[in-house]
Design a protein around this ligand. Structure first.
Ligand code: G3P
Length: 218
């Protein structure tokens, strides 16, 4: 399973990329605005840090302008994936951009029927938002299960399932159990994945016992 970082914070992305565990980055207009920085500059900086796909979202709602914005965003780096919303115009823009061999991440997906259309439109990635479905008392991971099952019936579908709106380590492990291709996670969720009190407790005990022996490795 691939791990993308869901962030536009360049310093955070640099720190997490240094772990060697990160395969890409996703941004969205909210994350970009939160930085207070120029959108195009931030995407160029992220593309210089991360070799994997970097999602940059259009903000137009009509497909003609989406295409113009998408081509501009794509010119910022060979690893830019243009994010378009799962709307009628977004699907039209996805088809045209993907036919131009531009990577497209179709976002704001909340149903398996939407995911089928994203694949039909040639999306490189589809981003189902699991956390926001949980927020309205649905089970976001049921959607991932449905999409993975449907996509697996058609070997011609190359669209990767990019689980988004991830709020917990449970979302990540469930995504792995279901065979989703990618999870995109905020930095604090990545830290949840490795933090465990028994690991800390066990390490403390090992080191206390080691100190008693008075040995050193180097
Ligand atoms: O990539 C989508 C993600 O940023 C949305 O997350 O927690 O706002 O639903 P959230």
């Amino acid at each position: 399973m691939k791990f993308f970082i869901d962030s536009a914070d360049v310093e955070e992305i640099q720190n997490l990329t240094d772990t060697g565990l990160i395969d890409g980055v996703t941004t969205n207009p909210s994350l970009i605005t939160k930085t207070g920085r120029n959108f195009l500059t931030v995407i160029e900086e992220i593309c210089s840090i991360v070799s994997g796909p970097v999602s940059a979202e259009v903000t137009a709602t009509d497909y003609e302008t989406m295409i113009r914005e998408g081509e501009k965003l794509s010119s910022l780096g060979t690893n830019v994936a243009v994010k378009v919303p799962l709307t009628f115009d977004g699907l039209k823009a996805c088809k045209i951009l993907s036919d131009k061999k531009i990577m497209v991440n179709v976002t704001l997906c909340f149903s398996s029927s939407q995911a089928i259309l994203a694949a039909k439109a040639g999306a490189t990635f589809v981003s189902p938002f699991v956390g926001r479905l949980d927020d309205i008392a649905l089970d976001g991971m049921d959607l991932i299960s449905d999409i993975c099952e449907i996509y697996s019936n058609y070997p011609s579908i190359k669209t990767e399932v990019l689980v988004a709106s991830v709020r917990s380590s449970k979302h990540v492990t469930e995504a792995g159990r279901l065979g989703a291709d990618i999870v995109t996670i905020p930095g604090q969720t990545l830290r949840q994945l490795y933090d465990h009190p028994l690991t800390d407790k066990g390490l403390d005990a090992f080191l206390k016992d080691w100190e008693k022996g008075g040995q050193s490795i180097l």
